[in-house]
Design a protein around this ligand. Structure first.
Ligand code: FE2
Length: 364
């Protein structure tokens, strides 16, 4: 195999630009079980931006809001609503990563910067991907602080109960009509990713809506980005609905791994997280399709967890409803029992579920 030209150690953090970071931070602590670990804002000398850093397992979320009117973060929220701005990638050498990507045709978001404080230094540099979304390369091998210079450690004020979220499994982008191949090629050419899987509208279509999807992955497989684009259907697809409400291409969902999905989803439901619903009939023949599983099917049915398989094993998954009022970003909770795929066998049941939601929103 060819040498990995742009080695990535994993996802470093996911940053959302939001309208009210204080309240979003409470939601992620109380409902998703993330611990507050760091903060920047007026009290730390940050006069224009306020950010909360939350952690659970290896997942780090940053929630950022603007404190002033004329700021790119305020403009972003005005246009897109709450949404993902940055998918940060953990690297050993940020400058090398940035220069490599730039020499292969990336568009710069910001040039390399070295941030320092008493705990050491963090190097960052950013490139654009689809829409206004950015990949920030983060080099933190010479840093011992909580998150990054500029932030102060800060603890949750409530008693946080982690729900077993472990790491980011994959992050999915929705891109506008006809742009999927362009962005797949971008990841291949600029980032050295490999094309893993292709789904066309025959795989992913219901009576009404259709989409196409390709999955790209980096050399070691730690970073996987499925890219969706809308396809022609009888009615408006969920990807089109997203593009309309987000105001362009952007991150559709973040899939988070757990090693006990029954426990995780039980807790999330108790905390008030709202999930997509598949009808009971889904469970009648699901085991005929996927074969034997270790979990109690009645438990999976009670929690509405979906099951799929591939040649390597099976997986369990469930999708939340959008986590803000615009029907844009949502989460997937996934437990892999060998399977390396993304739940193709569930697409039809899921899309029919999303269409029921679109019907209620009047956007089908
Ligand atoms: Fe997914």
């Amino acid at each position: 195999m060819e040498k990995d030209q742009l080695p990535l150690l994993g996802t470093d953090y996911v940053e959302f630009y939001v309208g009210n970071a204080k309240q979003s931070a409470h939601y992620y602590q109380a409902a998703f079980g993330f611990e507050l670990v760091a903060y920047k804002g007026l009290e730390t000398g940050s006069k224009e931006l306020c950010s909360y850093v939350l952690q659970q397992g290896k997942i780090r979320l940053v929630l950022t809001t603007a404190l002033v009117e004329n700021h790119p973060v305020a403009d972003h929220v005005k246009k897109h609503g709450d949404g993902v701005k940055t998918l940060a990638l953990w690297v050993d050498d940020a400058i090398y990563s940035y220069n490599t990507a730039m020499s292969r045709g990336a568009k710069s978001a910001f040039e390399p910067q070295t941030l320092t404080d008493e705990f050491g230094e963090v190097k960052i540099a950013g490139i654009y991907t689809y829409g206004e979304t950015v990949h920030t390369f983060v080099e933190r091998k010479n840093y011992k602080g909580t998150f990054m210079p500029g932030y102060k450690a800060k603890k949750s004020l409530i008693e946080v109960k982690p729900v077993g979220l472990l790491y980011v499994d994959h992050c999915v982008g929705n891109v506008d009509w006809g742009q999927m191949n362009e962005w797949v090629e971008y990841y291949q050419k600029v980032m050295g990713f490999n094309l893993l899987i292709t789904f066309d509208d025959n795989d992913i279509s219901t009576e009404y809506t259709a989409l196409m999807s390709k999955v790209v992955s980096n050399g070691n497989g730690y970073v996987k980005f499925p890219i969706n684009e809308p396809a022609e259907g009888k009615k408006k697809s969920q990807i089109e609905e997203y593009i309309d409400f987000y105001g362009g291409s952007g991150v559709q969902h973040i899939a988070i791994a757990t090693d006990n999905i029954i426990k995780t989803v039980d807790q999330l439901r108790n905390n008030g997280i709202d999930f997509l619903y598949v009808p009971e009939i889904y469970y009648v023949d699901v085991l005929d399709r996927v074969g034997p599983i270790e979990e109690n099917i009645e438990e999976l049915k009670r929690l509405n967890i979906l099951i799929d398989n591939d040649e390597d094993g099976y997986l369990l998954q469930i999708f939340t409803k959008p986590v803000q009022d615009r029907p844009t970003v949502f989460y997937e909770i996934i437990q892999r029992k060998g399977a390396k795929s993304f739940g193709k066998g569930n697409f039809k049941a899921l899309f029919e579920s999303i269409e029921r939601e679109q019907e209620l929103r009047g956007t089908l």
